[in-house]
Design a binder for this molecule. Structure first.
Ligand code: PMT
Length: 223
């Protein structure tokens, strides 16, 4: 379709799984492939938006026609996203951001010894929570990757982070969520409305998410 309903809007998308360094060769990571976030960036570009993609490392080719900012850790993603935020209209946070990172990053490769190795972890800043505090005109869309109590947890995160919509992502089945080309999500809105989508390719899920964004009451208030 030739919909250009995002022309003139700047859309920031985050994608991929952050990596938290343990030492020069090791990190704590997660199973995000970046496919969901890249699909959203591509869909927004096709609909006429200026797109900023803040991406953690993935195996995907970098998309063309969008501004790409490559980051590694949650802290780097935090800084990149906050820096762009004032010039952005819509944020979609599909990235899987590490909640914790090692307190110390060893400057040398950690040697193997006989005993247990204890890693001390410290909480990372929550990017979306901070955006929710700072938001003015912007529309904020979060994801919630859950293995239990899908809708209750998604709703709690949406309220806590002052979001305009949250994409509740049940990540318990292998054919959806992390890594797959498909996803099964329920869209949850602040007014209590929910919309369950069928199992769809991530590219179509991306389009359906944007269909809802442009119908939000706050969308028509964007300049
Ligand atoms: O990348 P794929 O393989 O395609 O998989 C897609 C996906 C499963 C990674 C994606 O669809 C998804 O669910 N992403 C969100 C994963 C996640 O971190 O969820 P969460 O419930 O832990 O976080 C909730 C929201 O807060 C997310 O929008 C997250 O980006 C954001 N967050 C979390 C922690 C943090 N420190 N800062 C954040 O902004």
């Amino acid at each position: 379709t030739g919909r250009r309903d995002l022309a003139g809007k700047t859309v920031l998308v985050t994608a991929g799984g952050t990596r938290e360094a343990i030492d020069p060769v090791r990190y704590l990571g997660n199973r995000s492939s970046g496919k969901m976030g890249y699909a959203i960036a591509e869909a927004a570009r096709m609909r006429g938006a200026d797109v900023i993609l803040v991406t953690a490392p993935t195996a995907l080719p970098l998309p063309t026609g969008v501004e790409v900012i490559q980051v590694e850790s949650a802290r780097e993603m935090f800084e990149a996203v906050l820096k762009c935020f004032p010039r952005v209209d819509i944020v979609v946070k599909a990235a899987a951001v590490a909640d914790y990172s090692p307190v110390r990053k060893s400057s040398q490769k950690i040697k193997k010894t006989k005993g247990a190795l204890i890693l001390e972890l410290t909480p990372n800043p929550d990017i979306l929570l901070e955006l929710g505090r700072r938001k003015e005109k912007q529309i904020l869309v979060g994801f919630a990757a859950e293995t239990e109590e899908l809708l209750a947890n998604a709703e709690r995160k949406m309220k806590e982070k002052n979001l305009d919509m949250i994409v509740a992502n049940d990540v318990t089945c292998p054919e959806t969520g992390f890594g797959s080309d498909f996803n099964k999500v329920t869209l949850v809105f602040p007014d209590g409305r929910t919309k369950e989508l069928p199992l769809l390719p991530k590219k179509q899920v991306a389009m359906r998410i944007l269909d809802e964004v442009v119908m939000l009451p706050r969308f028509s208030e964007l300049k």
